[in-house]
Design a protein around this ligand. Structure first.
Ligand code: URA
Length: 270
């Protein structure tokens, strides 16, 4: 069994059928029997850059968003966003390390900036660090991260190679709660700057928090899937968060459809 087959089995997505005149494979048997799922792919060499993202009140930028109920947003954070505009990687990393702009920093071990190829064509954006990420200082290193690695492998990507991974917020929210609107607003300029520096060709928003923050609108994940969106001129697609897929494995088939759509979008075929 080759690596791709192992990965697709892990995702409940094997075997695949390929339609005539269609470059991306289509999942045919969507839910493989349990015994097929025992196969684990080999560990991935290298790492991808994963970062944190948030849609915030940043008035000079195109595609200004208004999704945030910004009643609680700290004005000093908005002001500091303008300082972030021109930062290069080292300065940006340092600024994130030193950031105490919202209450999340007081409750986490360390900031989790992001990981991967700083010139990646693919940018995956999650919600925020969990316990494992908080300990290791790197995004998506826990169970959800393993699944994300498998999702990447399924479309022939891997951490550290043409992929950058980031989160909406850089600090772990307590008890793994979703980040609050003001926390997202405060942290978003960091992701925004990361996107500007990376210049990805495609952004994949993992879950509703990332999608809502990046698109600046509150909509159901279902309504955002399967469509090509735009983030400041960069094509963006929406799929399920890997942690949700771990809780709802039957949805992996839909995630696979989204990944196939992402591949088509990346090649200008969506
Ligand atoms: N979930 C996320 O959204 N990001 C991580 O880095 C880990 C889990």
């Amino acid at each position: 069994m080759d690596r791709q087959e192992a990965v697709l089995r892990e995702l409940n997505l094997y075997p695949l059928w390929k339609r005539r005149n269609q470059s991306a494979p289509v999942a045919a048997e969507l839910h493989a029997p349990e015994e097929l799922l025992a196969v684990r792919p080999e560990p991935v060499e290298g790492r991808v850059f994963v970062a944190g993202v948030v849609r915030q009140a940043h008035h000079e930028r195109p595609n200004e968003q208004s999704w945030i109920n910004n009643d609680h947003a700290d004005l000093s954070a908005v002001i500091s966003a303008s300082k972030i505009d021109n930062l290069g990687w080292p300065e940006l990393k340092q600024q994130v390390r030193d950031c105490t702009a919202c209450k999340l920093r007081a409750g986490c071990t360390q900031t989790v900036f992001g990981v991967g190829d700083e010139q990646a064509e693919w940018l995956f954006v999650g919600e925020g660090p969990g316990a494992d990420e908080d300990t290791q200082g790197e995004p998506f290193v826990g169970q959800a991260g393993k699944l994300l690695d498998n999702m990447l492998l399924a479309i022939k990507l891997r951490r550290g190679k043409n992929v950058y991974i980031a989160n909406i917020v850089k600090c772990r929210p307590p008890n793994n709660r979703a980040p609050a609107a003001d926390e997202i607003a405060t942290c978003f300029p960091y992701l925004q700057r990361q996107v500007e520096l990376i210049k990805p060709k495609l952004i994949v928003a993992l879950g509703k928090t990332a999608a809502t923050a990046l698109l600046g609108k509150d909509a159901t994940l279902g309504s955002l899937r399967g469509r090509l969106h735009d983030y400041n001129g960069i094509p963006l697609i929406v799929t399920y968060h890997p942690a949700y897929l771990l809780r709802s494995p039957m949805e992996k088939a839909k995630a696979w459809q989204d990944l196939c759509f992402a591949v088509r979008a990346r090649h200008g075929e969506a």
